[in-house]
Ligand binder design. Structure first.
Ligand code: DC
Length: 227
């Protein structure tokens, strides 16, 4: 890849990556890319077209039809699926499991990783996902693995859904988070793993501000050193 500056933030579901990454991007004047949203869009496509989530061949066959684009409206990322803005629809709870299923299929990953690298090219980006530091941008100057206990993450997810009027029991969310952790960490294709050179940040007992400050400080130090 050519010149770019990236902050790669990886970690498990509901660790607060997107909240933190958005704020870090703002502080650095960088473009924020939520790569999970792209897998969610492909997952939504499969749900809408009745492709079973355990039908690997079916997902593979339909992967190229699920055209995912990202655009920025007043600095906010919007995700397009075959031209339709699905930014809201992909946040439905049912789409989480679909995203996790399609993200295990190498053909889906190849398409999306290529697109993610194109977006990073020539830009200052903050990207969050599972494989940014290990696979998408392995030479990103700043890498963070952001995590929190499963209970803290389920609680945060519960409150987020409640605030949107979606009533999903806490116990169900905890179980889903454990299931997704397991799927994301054990799949053969680019499993979620901390890159050797990624800083480990456990946000269980930290505020969002503290996490953001720590990452911005790392990024500024790297930028300074690169001058
Ligand atoms: O971060 P999220 O919950 O929106 O991600 C949805 C799913 O996509 C998640 O189960 C794992 C997968 N994913 C991935 O495999 N690689 C990424 N870079 C981002 C997300």
């Amino acid at each position: 890849m050519g010149k770019y500056f990236a902050v790669a933030i990886d970690g498990p579901a509901a660790a607060g990556k997107s909240t933190v990454a958005k704020r870090v991007a703002q502080a650095l004047g960088a473009l924020y890319l939520d790569t999970g949203a792209m897998y969610r869009a492909v997952g939504l496509y499969m749900l809408r077209h009745g492709v079973a989530l355990d039908d690997i061949e079916g997902i593979k066959k339909h992967a190229a039809e699920a055209r995912v684009d990202v655009k920025y409206v007043e600095g906010t990322q919007r995700v397009l699926l075959c031209g339709e803005d699905v930014s809201q629809a992909i946040r439905e709870n049912a789409v989480s499991a679909a995203a996790s299923a399609v993200s295990a299929v190498p053909a889906v990953r190849e398409l999306l990783v290529a697109r993610q690298r194109e977006i990073a090219e020539g830009n200052v980006v903050v990207m969050d996902g599972r494989d940014i530091g290990t696979k998408v941008l392995p030479d990103a100057p700043v890498k963070v693995f952001l995590t929190a206990s499963a209970e803290v993450r389920a609680r945060r997810r519960f409150e987020e859904l409640q605030s949107k009027g979606q009533d999903v029991p806490y116990e169900q969310l905890l179980e889903e988070i454990r299931q997704r952790d397991h799927n994301d960490a054990t799949r053969a294709a680019s499993p979620m793993v901390r890159a050797e050179d990624a800083a480990l940040l456990d946000s269980s007992d930290l505020t969002v501000d503290q996490v953001v400050e720590a990452i911005v400080a790392m990024a500024r130090a790297k930028k300074e050193a690169a001058r």
